[in-house]
Write a protein that binds this ligand. Sequence first.
Ligand code: SIB
Ligand code: ZN
Length: 427
Amino acid sequence: MELAVTGGRVLSPDLTVREADVLVDADEGVVREVGQTLTGDEELDASGGLVMPGLVNAHTHVAMTLLRGYADDKPLEAWLQEDIWPAEGELTPADVRVGAELGMLEMIKTGTTAFADMYFHVPEIVDAVADAGLRARLGHGVVTVAKGTETAHDDAEESIEVAREFDGAADGRVRTAFMPHSLTTVGSNFLDEYVPQAREAGVPVHIHANETVDEVEPIVEEYGMRPLEYAREHGLLEPEDFVAHGVHTTPEEHELLAETGAGVVHCPASNMKLASGMAPVQAMRDAGVSVGLGTDGAASNNDLSLFDEMRDAAMLGKLAADDASAVPAEAVVEMATQGGADVTGLPGGRIEAGSAADLVVVDLDAPHLTPGHDLVSHLAYAATGSDVRHTMCDGAVLMRDREVLTMDEESVLERAETTAAELVERV
Ligand SMILES: N[C@@H](CCSC[C@H]1O[C@@H](n2cnc3c(=O)[nH]cnc32)[C@H](O)[C@@H]1O)C(=O)O
Ligand SMILES: [Zn+2]
C-alpha cells in the first residue's frame, strides 16, 4: 500500500522547506519519493502544514510518567534517594506497562516517533512499544552500589539478557542496549565484566554521565581522571554508545567524544529543573560531538514533548555560552531529528527517498505560528506539541487529525490515574 502525504510543505534534511508531497511505502515503512503532485492508494492531508521528520526523544524513562508531579523542586541525589527510588521500588510490571502507555500516548500526540529508554520491567515496555507503533531503543537500567554482590550481578545480567532477547522485536522497531545507570552508581568491576558481554551481544551501551558536579568530583578524586576518560578506560564510548547529559564536561572530554564517535543526549529541562547545570552544547557541537535531545523522565521535566526541549535547548545553550548566536534554531531542530536518530542508532530523522517513513505533520495555521517568515524558527521557538496534526512511524499512521489510532486515549488516562493513586498509597 502506498500512502501520499499531500498538499503541505516539507522539511528537507538540509533544513530547507519546499512545497512537496511525500510518497510512503506503508508496507516497507520507507519514503519512496519527495516531489510534486504524488498520488498513492491512500492520502494523508498535509495542507496548511509542515511535514517534518518524527522527533527523537534520545533519553527518557517513559514509565516515570506515573511520577509526574510526585516530587518536585529538589536536587538530583535527594530527589532520587528520598522520593523516586522508594516509589519505583513499589512499581509492578503492570504499573510500568500503564506508565509506558501514558508516556507513549503523550509522545505520539507531541510528534515523537522514536525514543531511547532506560528502565526496568522492560518486557512490558517492549509490548507497549509493539502496540503503540513507535520505534525505541530499550534497556534495563543497572544499579550496583549499595546492593549485595549477588543482587548487583543479577541486575547487570538482567540488563544483558534483556538486550539480547529483545533486539529486533516488534518487527525490528525495538532495538536494545546495555544500560548501566551511571558512572557512580555502577562499580568499575561491573563495567569491566559486563561491557564486553554487551559488545559480544552486538548492542551499544547507554549511561548517565557528568550530570551533576557530585557525580564528577568523586571520580576525579578517586581515579585522578575525568569521568569520560574513566568511562573510556572501562570499555565505554564506542561509536554506537551514547551518554545522557554531559553537563559538566571539559574541552578534553569533548575531544574524546568526537574522536570515539560516542554521542551525547542533552536534556535541558531536566538539567534546569534539578539545577544540575548548563551543558556546553555549542562547544560540544563545535568540537564535532554528535548531540541528540532528550526529555529525561517525566518526573524531572515534567512533560515528554520534544518541542519544549528544542526551545529549552536553544535558550539554555545561549545562556551557557553567553552568546545569543549559540545553539540556533537549526541546531535544535537538527538535534531533535537527525541528531537523535544518529546518536541512538535508530532509523529516521530525515525525509528523503529511501529514509524510514517516520514523520509528522505540524499545523501552521495558528496565531502563534503566523507570519511564516522562517518555519525552522517556528519549530524551535514557537510551536508546541499540540500543533502536531498527524504522526506516522514505520509507514503506519499512529495519529490522524489528533486522534491516536493505536491506543484508547481515555482508557490509558483512566488506568494511569488509578495506577498512580494506588502506587502513592503503597509508598
Ligand atoms: N535497576 C535499577 C533501576 C535503574 S532504571 C533508571 C533509573 O534512572 C532514574 N533517573 C531518572 N532521571 C534521572 C536522572 O536525571 N539522572 C539519574 N537517574 C535518573 C530513574 O528514576 C530510574 O530509577 C535499580 O535497581 O534501581
Ligand atoms: Zn535519565
